[in-house]
Design a protein around this ligand. Sequence first.
Ligand code: PHE
Length: 335
Amino acid sequence: LEEEYKQKIKEVLSLEELQKVKSTLLGKKGKITSFLKQLKSLTPEQKKEFGKAINEVKNLFEDLIKEKETELKEKALEEKLKKSQIDITLPAEWTEAGAPHPTTYTLKYITDIFVSMGFSIEEGPEVELEEYNFDMLNIPKDHPARDMQDTFFINKEGYVLRTHTSPVQIRTMLKKKPPLAVVAPGKVYRKDLDPTHSPMFHQIEGLFVDKNVSFRDLKGILKIFLETVFGKDIPIRFRPSYFPFTEPSAEVDIGCTVCKGKGCRVCKGTGWLEILGCGMVDPNVFKAVGINPEEFSGFAFGLGIERIAMLKFQIPDIRLLFNNDMRFNLQFKGL
Ligand code: PHE
């Protein structure tokens, strides 16, 4: 038996086979086990002698099987490694490195300017309550401003795709008490499509609320901002305007006939280019969110990101920013 099984263990080729041999020898009904059972019927003398011999064989088999098991496991591992070998000398497939999208870049660039002045960032949903997008911003149901904004209505009663980032003003003031200095960047939607309008575009909203905030504060903050983006000697003009949620309201223009080589802004007509809307928060807006307009005042502004990106990078057609033509996108490498 010893010789026969020594050979068998040697010849085993797989772990399953080894398991079978193991159970024929050492299992509950195995050969060695049955020898051990037979010991009962022997005399004490014989028991001692045979018992010793059987145990020796048993230990021998156990060792042999263990050894074989280790050997087989190592072999299996080696084979697995061989199969999954990677040829690190093969030439890599060429992939062109990307470039930041000018809209993403401009959004972050502008946000960072306000963050550096102490503003914090707020966000709101793109599917917005009509109440926040219009009503609480002092835009009544029949107000022409609702048409002006070319709203996308959605299938759910009382919701719209936000037409501007101004509803984030409402969300912020419902949630937090003044003093407040926040900017809210994000996507907005209007039914509009031509070389300078896209149905989806980006805005950044600003809101500043505290005691004794004046129009001078608004002018100061926007002046610093515009000079940072367009350079120290950029002409800036505040032009009276109207928004239902600010009083007084203004639009800000920058001069655009100054054209000295790179970075120049050429434009037709008046030599001024409208760049953002702003004003002092209307008392009705404060009332809608439960802030006392006798105690607090504030300013708000909103500007289009694509518009700034087009000016900054002299992009002639807004659609270039949405087409994802790699020949366009890759021009912004290294921004
Ligand atoms: N929400 C206005 C727009 O989209 C911009 C604006 C924001 C004007 C805040 C005044 C104050 O045109």
